[in-house]
Design a protein around this ligand. Sequence first.
Ligand SMILES: Cc1cc2nc3c(=O)[nH]c(=O)nc-3n(C[C@H](O)[C@H](O)[C@H](O)COP(=O)(O)OP(=O)(O)OC[C@H]3O[C@@H](n4cnc5c(N)ncnc54)[C@H](O)[C@@H]3O)c2cc1C
Length: 231
Amino acid sequence: MFVEITDIIDESPRVKRFILSTLDGSNIEFLPGQFVTIYNRNWPEFSNTRSYSIASSDTCSNSIELCIALNENGLFTPWLFQLNKGEQLEISEPQGQFVYKQEYAPFSSVFICTGTGVAPFLSMIQSALNIGQSSVYLVFGNRKFDDILYREHFESLSAEYPNFHFVPVLSQENAYVNNGYVHAYYASILRDIGGDARIFVCGWKNMCSETRDKLKQMGYNRKQYFFEQYN
Ligand SMILES: Cc1cc2nc3c(=O)[nH]c(=O)nc-3n(C[C@H](O)[C@H](O)[C@H](O)COP(=O)(O)OP(=O)(O)OC[C@H]3O[C@@H](n4cnc5c(N)ncnc54)[C@H](O)[C@@H]3O)c2cc1C
């Protein structure tokens, strides 16, 4: 389907939020956590698609948001970053199995990510809160304070929902009390929860594989944790 870029927001020095709206006002419906694939038909087939998680809280609307980091040495993101409002893009229907399901309601949820890996969590966390899960944690790793995507959104969610716990972690700045890497923080949260939890991990390869190793070491199994890896 074709969509129009109706807004582009500079979210951090290297990340833009793209708002994409349907041309006829119809709704795009997706499962919390899904992604779309963008096509550039002018390029050879091997390089003309890239996938992006849908970064909208609302899972049924006539627009969706994507949150995209520029990779200066990449092919697709330098092209996306020179597009303007009013231009059209071709995207797939929402797809993917990394989704938040109603059946997770009886458990605590721990969402773990770095950078744009937070994108699918906007809708997944909203779903977890809507169904009244007893505790929902977001452990979000970034280098610096200015890199924390959607910080104000998550801060206001924590103010609104006592069961939502926002745990930003900075590796290169002391602006928050949580410094270092995400691993020590989710490990301590999981130890405190004690019982069964559902764990969702999203982002680039290294963080995902380190987290998978750590969760296995802690005794968690494939029914308890779920991954979306970006490369
Ligand atoms: C399910 C899914 C969801 C995703 N969601 C998001 C999201 O929400 N936000 C987001 O920002 N990203 C997301 N991604 C990642 C995204 O799909 C792209 O991989 C990313 O934007 C980089 O694309 P690119 O074309 O700019 O870089 P690419 O061209 O794919 O390059 C990637 C790396 O390969 C290197 N490279 C490229 N060409 C060469 C070459 N010829 N020789 C040597 N090295 C080379 C580059 O240096 C670069 O570091 C997601 C990925 C998946 C699979």
